[in-house]
Design a protein around this ligand. Structure first.
Ligand code: THU
Length: 133
C-alpha cells in the first residue's frame, strides 16, 4: 500500500473505534478494510453479555464487507486506544486469511496512529486455507 493510502486507512480505523459496543471490556477497537478499488469498510468490536459471543473489530469489518459484495481487499488497519497496538486474535487471523493473500499488509496502530505493519503470513504462518483441501 502507498503511504497516503495507509494513512487514510489508519484514520478510518481510529474513527471506527468510537462505534465499538464494549460494556464489558471497555476496550475499543476499530478496523478499516481497503478494497482493491479504494473503498474503505470499517468495523468495531461488538460485545455480548455472553462474553464468548463478542465479535472483534476485524471480523466485523470482513463480514460487513463480504455481505455488501466486497471480497477483494488490499489491506487493513486496526486501531485501539492506549499506547500499545492490538495483536489480532487467532480467530480473526484465520478469518482474515480467507480473504487476504500471504503478502497482504495489516497495519496495527495505537491511539496516536503509530505502530507496525505485518504481512498476513507473519500473522498466520502455515495457515489452513481452501487450497489444503
Ligand atoms: N478485540 C478486537 O476487537 N480486536 C483485537 O484485535 C483484539 C481484541 C476485542 C474483543 C473484545 O471485545 C475486546 O477486544 C477485549 O478482548
Amino acid at each position: 500500500m502507498e503511504q497516503e493510502t495507509k494513512e487514510r486507512l489508519i484514520q478510518a480505523a481510529l474513527a471506527a473505534r468510537d462505534k465499538a459496543y464494549v460494556p464489558y471490556s471497555n476496550y475499543r477497537v476499530g478496523a478499516a478494510l481497503l478494497t482493491k478499488e479504494g473503498k474503505i469498510i470499517t468495523g468495531c468490536n461488538v460485545e455480548n453479555a455472553s462474553y464468548g459471543l463478542s465479535n472483534c473489530a476485524e471480523r466485523t469489518a470482513i463480514f460487513k464487507a463480504v455481505s455488501e459484495g466486497e471480497r477483494d481487499f488490499a489491506g487493513m488497519a486496526v486501531a485501539v486506544y492506549g499506547k500499545k497496538a492490538a495483536s489480532p486474535c487467532g480467530a480473526c487471523r484465520q478469518v482474515l486469511r480467507e480473504f487476504f493473500n500471504d503478502d497482504a499488509e495489516i497495519i496495527l496502530v495505537n491511539e496516536e496512529g503509530k505502530g507496525s505493519v505485518a504481512t498476513m503470513e507473519q500473522l498466520l504462518p502455515g495457515a489452513f486455507t481452501g487450497e489444503d483441501m
